[in-house]
Design a protein around this ligand. Structure first.
Ligand SMILES: [Zn+2]
Length: 140
């Protein structure tokens, strides 16, 4: 008879315990809920954060799925994607049950140079209860 293996001897690296790209404590407790477990972001800000994380993780299906049909691109690729460095949400304003704006600054790096994307994004909530990105205005 084989010697029983201690049940807690193997520890796998918990990748999803890493910090969430959007600034949340852990990916698993933050945007992982929406990107990987199908939870619906309750607010436009939560959706916006999860979309930023999807850009970081090159998750095209999630991005397309959370984009309003009328402004959604046909496809998304990440060939020229910048290296995202961090997200700061500046303001979240919900004007009614189905419309909201989120202002944020996302920092990124291209060819060794750091840049800032400062945008006010518009979101709408459809009858299915899901917030989706419409479009945005750039500052600067
Ligand atoms: Zn997050």
């Amino acid at each position: 008879m084989a010697r029983p293996q201690p049940s807690h001897s193997i520890t796998t690296p918990a990748l999803d315990r890493e910090a969430c790209p959007c600034g949340g404590l852990t990916f698993d407790d933050c945007c992982g809920r929406y990107l990987e477990r199908g939870d619906i972001p309750p607010t436009a800000e939560a959706l916006m954060r999860s979309r930023y994380t999807a850009f970081v993780r090159h998750n095209a299906p999630y991005l397309l799925d959370t984009w309003a049909a009328r402004t959604r691109p046909a496809t998304l690729d990440f060939d020229d994607a910048p290296q995202w460095l961090g997200l700061q949400v500046k303001a979240h304003r919900q004007s009614d049950d189905s419309h909201a704006e989120v202002e944020f600054v996302a920092r990124y790096k291209v060819g060794g140079r750091a840049h800032r994307l400062h945008e006010r994004s518009r979101f709408e909530r459809s009858d299915d209860g899901r917030w989706r990105y419409i479009d945005g205005d750039l500052f600067d």
